[in-house]
Design a protein around this ligand. Structure first.
Ligand code: SF4
Ligand code: SF4
Length: 115
């Protein structure tokens, strides 16, 4: 029997909320059927790809190379995982919070046309 176990342990496949536009080229590119499309939309209205079968991942990084927006990262080391968490907390979350604040203001209506 052929042993198809990955030589590399993939810790996670991080997909940026800020950068992913939901084109699904990564899903198309993956030869190991790792991804599904999320059922939920994120705060940008995008249903991101989710690595639901990460145990099948071979760390070939085709998904990463095909992503036109550099939105996806295959994480194999603890160091990388820490770095990506730091980027999310330091940059993506504050950016998202600012957008949420802006959307709240906009959702109140076209205030400058009101009496
Ligand atoms: S290829 Fe990149 S932008 Fe397109 S769905 Fe995948 S992660 Fe998102
Ligand atoms: S690294 Fe390769 S096997 Fe893993 S999800 Fe990406 S394309 Fe699929």
């Amino acid at each position: 029997m052929i042993d198809i176990a990955s030589p590399v342990k993939v810790r996670q496949i991080a997909v940026s909320d800020k950068l992913c536009k939901g084109c699904y080229l990564c899903i198309w590119a993956c030869p190991w059927d790792v991804f599904e499309i999320s059922k939920e939309r994120n705060w940008r209205g995008v249903k991101k790809p989710v690595a639901v079968r990460i145990e099948q991942c071979r760390a070939c990084r085709l998904c990463e190379w095909y992503c036109p927006d550099f939105a996806l990262q295959v994480i194999v080391s603890e160091e990388e995982e820490k770095r990506i968490k730091e980027v999310e907390e330091k940059y993506e979350k504050p950016w998202f919070d600012r957008l949420k604040k802006r959307d709240k203001i906009i959702s109140k209506g076209v205030w400058w046309l009101e009496d």
